[in-house]
Design a protein around this ligand. Structure first.
Ligand SMILES: O=C(O)C[C@H](O)C(=O)O
Ligand code: SF4
Length: 515
């Protein structure tokens, strides 16, 4: 085996996976876009998403800043040295991280220290299997944290909100899957894809669910019952009205793939792996002698290129009918109180990133900068430093805000912060703080990391780098950074409304369908 060539092939696979969505996923995004009504927030979000896909293609930059937990599934002919392959994969990962194609994402679970190169205990995940064929098959998925957090595992029988009892049969499974889409709301960057594993134990069930994500979005399940169930879910989950980013709308689910395995008598699990629209998985077959790529996977059918100019025009058109409200920090309480749910705002000037580590830190410490009237952006960017020591943003979309729910309201009040930007919305504690203090929650489009990176004109400083690149407090100067007000200072939350209405819709699917 030419291991140097194999390493090069793995580097190509990693870069392609992080920067270019597969053909089948593009087609699914396109068909979602065709379903949304022009002028809605969902249509505007999808236009931003397709624009972002085109920008990532063009710049060969990460589609989303969260380049996930790299998971390789490899099949090798008998006799191939798997230890050697794994070492080459690690080198390729380190190189892709240095080149800004992957965010340093490996964090020590006990100390919180980021390794900086994506290597760590157990990372990357590399799973081998032997097979009788004469070539190596490598599949890679880069699954981000926000959608991973929306995975769910049901142990049947159980009681489900809206749907009642789910028993140990096909209809019980149906209820679990419908519930899994509801509970994800927009937080996993809907519209999403789900892989479902029926049976096994807690770990093999989730493995089976994730295995389904490697199937083509358009394949047909050879198992008749499961094929019908997949079709049922695709048709009906899209009636829940959750929509892109949870803004409400027609496109909630872009793909549903279900697999089954045996179980033991006492256990009956239904495991659901949720993947965001930024569904980054790719594969190659590799020659075991010269290490070169023979063929890329997922190459069937039409390639949708979402031509950048086109998509850009659509974003502009989608929001042109609205009065876009311009905001520049420091923002006054009066300005904030004028904003209401549904408004589109455009931010110019400075904003500060802050996510999990920063929020925890700010509870007990002073802020490194004056945050009075300022804007906090829930974001963990991909950054690269040039030879002069200047930082550049390579990808910078929002992270899931709900993780900051325990801290957000207190921090806004303590430091006088007026606006937070993130995605997926926040809960009642933050909502009441917004009302009391005069604050606003702005929803940016999750995964649109190139689109937002383009709005960032300079990096003016950074604090708390000891938390690692994604968790540091970056001072970003932005121009034309668009977001939608989804929680205002008058007690309104679009997220609470969509949750409530989608739960009501979910309850329509209570009656048995598969007997
Ligand atoms: O870590 C991130 O940047 C985002 C994460 O994938 C999320 O969806 O919250
Ligand atoms: S930010 Fe959204 S698109 Fe990116 S990995 Fe997280 S869930 Fe996926």
């Amino acid at each position: 085996m030419n291991i140097v060539k194999f390493e090069e092939s793995m580097y190509k696979l990693v870069v392609e996976t992080s920067t270019k969505l597969p053909k089948d996923v593009r087609r699914a995004v396109k068909s979602a876009k065709e379903k949304e009504n022009a002028g809605t927030r969902a249509a505007m979000s999808l236009a931003t998403i397709t624009n972002n896909i085109a920008m990532a293609d063009e710049q060969v930059s990460p589609i989303c800043q969260d380049t996930g937990l790299p998971t390789f599934k490899i099949k090798t002919p008998v006799g191939v040295n798997q230890i050697e392959l794994k070492a080459a994969i690690k080198n390729a990962i380190v190189q892709a991280t240095k080149d800004g194609k992957l965010r340093p994402n490996a964090v020590d679970s006990l100390t919180g220290k980021n390794s900086g190169d994506n290597l760590g205990d157990g990372l990357p995940v590399v799973k081998f299997e032997q097979w009788e064929k004469d070539y190596i098959d490598v599949k890679l998925i880069l699954k981000g944290g926000g959608c991973e957090n929306k995975n769910i595992q049901y142990s049947l029988p159980c009681e489900l909100e809206g749907l009642g009892r789910a028993g140990r049969d096909l209809d019980g499974i149906r209820k679990c899957i419908m519930h899994s889409v509801y509970q994800a709301q927009g937080q996993g960057c809907s519209a999403g894809f789900i892989g479902v594993g029926i049976g096994g134990d807690r770990s093999s069930g989730y493995d089976l669910a994730k295995e389904q994500l490697f199937r083509s979005v358009e394949d047909l399940n050879p198992n008749e019952d499961l094929r019908k169930l997949e079709e049922y879910v695709m048709e009906n989950a899209n009636k829940l009205g959750i929509g892109t980013m949870g803004f409400g709308g027609e496109a909630t689910l872009l793909g549903c793939k279900i697999g089954v395995m045996h179980r033991i008598p006492a256990s009956f699990y239904v495991s659901v792996a949720y993947n965001c629209w930024a569904f980054r998985r790719m594969g190659v077959s590799v020659d075991p002698q010269n290490g070169e790529i023979i063929e890329w996977a997922y190459q069937d059918g039409e390639f949708i290129d979402f031509a950048a100019g086109e998509a850009e025009k659509e974003v502009a058109a989608a929001s042109a009918s609205d009065d876009v409200i311009s905001l520049q920090a420091p923002i006054t309480e009066e300005q904030i109180r004028q904003l209401k749910v549904g408004d589109v705002v455009e931010i110019n000037g400075l904003m500060y990133t802050g996510r999990d580590a920063i929020h925890k830190y700010l509870m007990d410490n002073e802020a490194p900068v004056d945050l009075n009237g300022q804007v906090i952006y829930h974001c963990g960017p991909v950054m690269l430093k040039d030879e002069e020591g200047q930082w550049h943003v390579k990808a910078a979309g929002p992270t899931t805000s709900i993780r900051e729910e325990p801290y957000q309201g207190d921090i806004m009040k303590k430091f006088g912060i007026r606006a937070v930007i993130g995605k997926g919305g926040m809960g009642p504690k933050t909502l009441s703080a917004l009302q009391e203090h005069g604050g606003v929650y702005l929803n940016a489009i999750g995964g649109a990391a190139q689109y937002y990176a383009d709005c960032i004109k300079s990096v003016e400083g950074v604090d708390l780098t000891e938390f690692g690149i994604p968790e540091a407090m970056w001072h970003l100067r932005v121009e034309g950074f668009r977001a939608v007000v989804t929680m205002d200072s008058h007690g309104n939350s679009l997220h609470a409304d969509v949750d409530k209405s989608s739960l009501e819709k979910l309850a329509q699917f209570k009656e048995p369908v598969f007997k």
